[in-house]
Design a protein. Sequence first.
Length: 332
Amino acid sequence: MQRMTVTRPRTRTIHAGRIPDGIAVLSLMKRIPLAAPLFSSVDVYAHEVHAQLNSSLAWTWEPAVLIPLMLCGMLYLLGWRRLRYEGAAVQVLGRVRPLMFGIGMLALVAALVSPLDALAGELFSAHMVQHLLLMLLAPPLLIWGRPVLTWLWAFPLSQRRVIGRWWVRRSLLRRLYDFALRPLVAWILASVALWFWHLPGPYDWALASESVHTIEHLCFFLTSLAFWTLVLEPYNGHKPSHGTALIMVTTFAIHNSLLAALLTFSPAPLYHAYSGSAFDLLPLEDQQLAGLIMWIPASVIHLASVATLIVSWLSHKEGYEVRAAIRTKKAD
């Protein structure tokens, strides 16, 4: 009679000189009688954290957010296709600007639709990442993509002429646009939005009310669009001189760093909305992490902008001197 053999699954062995992974360590430690209760409680805590993460990391499918994002993306794609059909896409936009616009749109999706939006209600540091996306990453990338010009080309020629005539007649929207794109006005609006919405009262108010929270995000995004339009827009008639743009970026970077330092070195939490610990992170630790996020990445972006402006200024000055020399030589 043939003897039946039962094969058992191969168990994991720990060789000398090899560091076991976390699962193997836990499985071994649980076999120790005195350590079993301890690691059982660790398992319960891990499951609680996992459940908290699953409940927090949910996508936000708000139509009021999705519809404008989809509309902006579709209009840009239609405009780019029409420009490409006319053979002017590379001349008007180049090859990099559409990519930058796409990355800017992804930054908006990450800030407003991804699980980061839900996590921002529980962690100040996550909320600060959301603010940086709305103020320092998405606006310059979108502006670099020349969206207004591309959106205009999404319409037929007859409709573009109608839109142009309406804009030239100095409508209310045009007057507000001209006012917001004055360098001093844009700098003041962006600075006031930064400080006002990071005061404890308005900040807690925004987290307690969804409508106020939406207004807060609009203030951050729209004022940053005006600010970065003046700094980066290559064809705008409101574009200030290189010196004015340098002053705008440098001074804004200084008081942004002051606010970040205040959050980082504050001896106590400033916001009641994050009074409880979340994800095993105390409110003060969460606030300090948020201050560092506001400080270091923002400073890198501001320094890169200053360096770009200086290089552009020197190149523009050199080009002006070359053109002046050519005109003098022709005159002689």
